[in-house]
Design a protein around this ligand. Structure first.
Ligand code: ASP
Length: 312
């Protein structure tokens, strides 16, 4: 049942990427490390909401923590492109006025989600790319770092592994790790944010679904806030985040059913991944078609859950 927002309730859900992890392929220590990291991001977001902050502030706070954490494929710990660089994409959207901001291909911005928010709030545009986006970042005083900040040995190893296999266009091992957050605040407004390094070995300026408003990220107070992770090409083609919101708004579908239906469409196109959502009524949920999804959620009723594998 969907509760009304007039109770002043808030809720937050986050993800750290869909992937092939199972209890057999990921050891308990690594799963516990990821859970700890997810918990820290969840707490950063819930602190904002518990103090009466907005859903937008909460999703940016949670995603910034995940961007700074090397366990995830966003900000520090982002995957490498084919040419050995880290190129970052992020988007943010709020559901009251459907304002949105996004950036792609940035290489010096410590927290791309903050830059996406600056695009939304300080520019007349929605989507900025590459060098221009970072010129804007410098003008806005958004923190810039040396590109070395993003690089980790594990991601470098994954690139070498991919190149050695000569298997295809990009990482077939489903090592995703994109991060995202969705929230509803006490006023009943929703917001979504997503941030990623994209796919290991990406080239030719490839951009996935994460920073595309309507594909990997969408928020609409008439429906839900949605953040996605998975095989970006199919998520773009299915317009996943907007499609889920459209089914809720126009079809009257429950959020979980709409999410599962759209993920099934992605599956029919050959894609896999995961979705998190939050509704203005205070509901949060997850769905994923990969073996695992790094995920967590909390709400004003005292719920606090963290999961990694399918059965968690
Ligand atoms: N969806 C992201 C992309 O295609 C990857 C991910 O979710 O990890 O860039």
């Amino acid at each position: 049942m969907i509760e009304t927002s007039e109770t002043g309730r808030w809720a937050l859900a986050i993800h750290g990427g869909a992937g092939s992890m199972t209890p057999e392929t990921m050891d308990a220590a690594s799963a516990a490390e990821h859970e700890l990291a997810l918990g820290a991001a969840l707490d950063a977001g819930t602190r904002v909401l518990a103090a009466g902050g907005t859903a937008l502030e909460a999703v940016c706070a949670a995603v910034s923590v995940l961007e700074d954490d090397p366990h995830f494929n966003a900000g520090r710990g982002a995957v490498f492109t084919y040419h050995g660089t880290n190129e970052l994409d992020a988007a943010v959207m709020e559901g009251a006025g459907r304002m949105a901001g996004a950036v792609c291909g940035v290489t010096h911005t410590r927290n791309p989600v903050r830059l996406a928010r600056a695009v939304m709030e300080q520019s007349p545009h929605v989507f900025l790319s590459g060098a221009g986006a970072e010129e804007f970042a410098r003008e806005q005083g958004v923190e810039q770092v040396d590109p070395d900040w993003f690089a980790t040995e594990e991601r470098w190893r994954q690139l070498q592994e991919l190149k050695a296999k000569k298997l295809g266009w990009f990482d077939a091992g489903l090592k995703y790790g994109t991060v995202g957050a969705v929230a509803v605040d006490a006023a009943g407004h929703v917001a979504a944010a997503t941030s990623t390094g994209g796919l290991t070995g990406k080239r030719w300026g490839r951009i996935g679904d994460s920073p595309l408003i309507g594909a990997g990220t969408y928020a609409d107070d008439r429906a839900a806030a949605v953040s996605c992770t998975g095989s970006g090409e199919q998520f773009i083609r299915a317009g996943v985040a907007h499609e889920i919101c459209a089914r809720i708004r126009m079809g009257g579908e429950p959020a979980q059913a709409a999410t599962e239906a759209v993920l099934a469409e992605v599956g029919a196109m050959g894609g896999v991944g995961g979705v998190i959502y939050a509704t203005p009524g205070g509901e949060t949920g997850f769905a994923f078609t990969t073996p695992g999804l790094f995920r967590a959620r909390a709400d004003s009723g005292g719920r606090r859950e963290i999961g990694v594998f399918g059965g968690d």
